[in-house]
Ligand binder design. Structure first.
Ligand code: DAH
Length: 338
């Protein structure tokens, strides 16, 4: 009995003196393990005279429980100390004033502002629409039929609410603007758009700027003039621009706009795939059906529209070859555009 009391006291003091969890584990094993002091004491119960066994067993179990309890407590303490040590080692005084920490604008912000400012200078207003958009505005009212591949789950992020999605382009802002205001309209709409696309030239979230002009004499020549003027202002050179016949459900006729490759000066390179031309936007005369569903009288009004990808223009303007760089938030990258 006296022996057990000593075991208990020695165990508790060894436990108290442990400095880390590993040490605690070995002390625990020394007393409670398979060959541990307490375990061996329990085995010896057979050597005890029968009349004393009950008392002996009770005593050993008390000692065992006391040691277990002490191990648990010490384990908690050691864990807490470890966390505190970690916090202290990572501590930084966030209130210390630093030098040279003025922020700089993200290259996409720089590009968006550059685009929007040019159109403001030409008398366009700036409109905005929601990123969670009605399927009706994103597709139906833009004359995009039910079975169009763009509507596929493969291409579009649908959300958990019938009739809503993450807008796949900024074109629904055309619809919103025409529903809200009477012509003449002359607006641009910058913003984020979402598509299920992910590779070195495509990101699932990217930016577009939409343009819409509706008035009594809008025509294809006006559109060409506006777009050419914009591109020359944006790139600050008198670059070649060509309009290539194309198809969009919401415009008729439709065109895609190419510029002479700004990377190779039209010699032919990897970026322009050897053609000397780069596609930078889509455009066209607004389809009469689109005007009609928005309540615009097509006997009086016509319109043209265009839409461009901001990342692509930024990559060309700054000579960046991977779209992912825009979204990694590497401060060394972003700093270069201040
Ligand atoms: N919404 C088209 C897209 O995301 C771009 C576009 C093309 C917009 C022609 C227009 C347009 O307004 O007239 O690919």
């Amino acid at each position: 009995m006296k022996d057990l009391e000593t075991v208990r006291e020695e165990a508790l003091s060894e436990i108290r003196r442990t400095k880390d969890l590993q040490e605690l584990q070995s002390v625990k094993a020394k007393y409670l393990g398979k060959r541990g002091v307490v375990t061996e004491a329990l085995k010896r119960i057979r050597e005890i005279p029968p009349e004393d066994r009950k008392e002996y067993g009770r005593k050993v179990n008390q000692v065992k429980e006391a040691i277990e309890e002490a191990v648990r407590k010490r384990e908690e303490e050691l864990k807490r100390e470890e966390v505190e040590r970690e916090i202290l080692s990572e501590w930084a005084d966030l209130t210390v004033p630093l030098q040279n920490t003025a922020g700089s604008l993200h290259p996409i912000t720089v590009t968006l502002r550059r685009i929007v400012d040019i159109f403001r200078g030409m008398g366009f207003t700036v409109e905005e629409g929601p990123e969670v958009e009605l399927e009706r505005y994103n597709f139906d009212m833009l004359n995009i039929p039910e079975d169009h591949p763009a509507r596929d789950m493969q291409d579009t992020f649908y959300i958990n609410r019938e009739g809503y999605l993450l807008r796949t382009h900024t074109s629904p802002v055309q619809i919103r603007t025409m529903l809200r205001r009477k012509p003449p309209i002359q607006m641009v709409a910058p913003g984020k758009v979402y598509r299920r696309d992910d590779d070195p030239t495509h990101s699932p979230m990217f930016h577009q700027v939409e343009g819409l002009v509706v008035n009594e004499e809008a025509n294809f020549r006006h559109m060409k003039y506006v777009i050419e003027s914009f591109l020359r202002e944006f790139f600050q050179t008198d670059l070649p621009v060509r309009f290539r016949a194309s198809y969009f459900p919401f415009t008729e006729p439709s065109a895609e706009v190419d510029i002479g490759c700004v990377i190779c000066g039209m010699e032919g390179c990897r970026v322009c795939k050897g053609t000397g031309w780069l596609e930078v936007m889509g455009c066209g005369m607004v389809h009469p059906d689109v005007l009609e569903v928005c309540g615009v009288d097509t006997d009086i009004f016509q319109g043209f529209a265009f839409g461009m990808g901001v990342e692509r223009l930024a990559m060309l303007l700054f000579g960046i070859d991977n779209i992912k760089l825009f979204f990694e938030n590497d401060i060394r990258f972003i700093r270069q555009f201040s």
